[in-house]
Ligand binder design. Structure first.
Ligand SMILES: CC(C)(COP(=O)(O)OP(=O)(O)OC[C@H]1O[C@@H](n2cnc3c(N)ncnc32)[C@H](O)[C@@H]1OP(=O)(O)O)[C@@H](O)C(=O)NCCC(=O)NCCS
Length: 164
C-alpha cells in the first residue's frame, strides 16, 4: 500500500459503487492535503489502482454507542477511528483483496490507536452487500443506525492479537 499521490490514476478506478469511485476521483487527494483523512492505494502490475481505503478520526456522542461499550466511559463525545471508504476495482474483486485490504486498514487503525486512542472503529455501509462483507469481521450495527457499523477498540485489539 502507498499513500495516494497526484500521479495515481484516480479517475480510472471502478469498484461498481459510483460513490466509492467518485470519492477517489474528486475528493480523496484534496481531503488528504487538508489533513482531514488519509488514503492508501494498492497498484496493480499496470500501475492502475487495484484498491484503496481512506481513514479519518472523528467523534461520536456516547449516546450513539452501545451501552456495553460506554458504561464505564465519560458521558460525552468520544474519539473514534473512521474507516471512511474502501473499494476494490471490479477486475480484482472476489480474489481475497477486499479481505486483505480491510485487515491492513484495521492494522493501521490499531497502530494509530497506540498513540491516539479511540473507543471504536466506525464505518457507514453504502449498501447491504457492503454490510454483509463487514459483518464477517465482528462489525456490529450501532443502535438506531442500521447502516453504521462499529468494532470496539477491545475487539480490534483481540482481532489484531489473534492475527499476529
Ligand atoms: C466489498 C468489496 C470491498 C469486497 O472486495 P473483494 O475483494 O471482492 O472481497 P474478497 O474477495 O476479499 O472477499 C472476502 C470475503 O468477503 C466475502 N464477500 C465479498 N464481497 C461480499 C459482499 N458484497 N457481500 C458479502 N460477502 C462478500 C467473500 O465471499 C469472501 O468470503 P470468504 O473469505 O468466506 O470467501 C468490493 O466488492 C467492493 O469494492 N465493492 C464496491 C465498493 C463498496 O461497496 N465498498 C464498501 C463501502 S465503503
Amino acid at each position: 500500500m502507498e499513500a495516494l499521490r497526484r500521479e495515481h490514476p484516480r479517475s480510472g478506478f471502478r469498484s461498481g459503487e459510483s460513490r466509492v469511485d467518485e470519492w477517489l476521483a474528486t475528493k480523496a487527494l484534496q481531503h488528504q492535503s487538508k489533513r482531514l483523512s488519509t488514503t492508501r492505494v494498492l497498484l496493480d502490475a499496470a500501475d492502475n489502482i487495484a484498491s484503496y481505503y481512506t481513514l479519518a478520526t472523528g467523534q461520536v456522542d456516547f449516546t450513539e454507542l452501545p451501552h456495553e461499550l460506554t458504561h464505564n466511559l465519560p458521558k460525552r463525545v468520544l474519539p473514534v477511528a473512521i474507516l471512511a471508504w474502501l473499494g476494490v476495482s471490479v477486475g480484482h474483486q472476489k480474489q481475497g483483496l477486499g479481505k486483505r485490504l480491510l485487515a491492513q486498514a484495521l492494522r493501521d487503525c490499531y497502530e494509530a490507536g497506540q498513540v491516539f486512542p479511540f473507543v471504536a472503529v466506525i464505518l457507514d455501509c453504502l449498501n447491504n452487500s457492503a454490510k454483509a462483507f463487514y459483518q464477517q469481521w465482528d462489525f456490529q450495527p450501532l443502535p438506531g443506525h442500521p447502516n453504521r457499523l462499529h468494532l470496539s477498540a477491545g475487539n480490534l485489539t483481540a482481532l489484531m492479537k489473534s492475527d499476529s
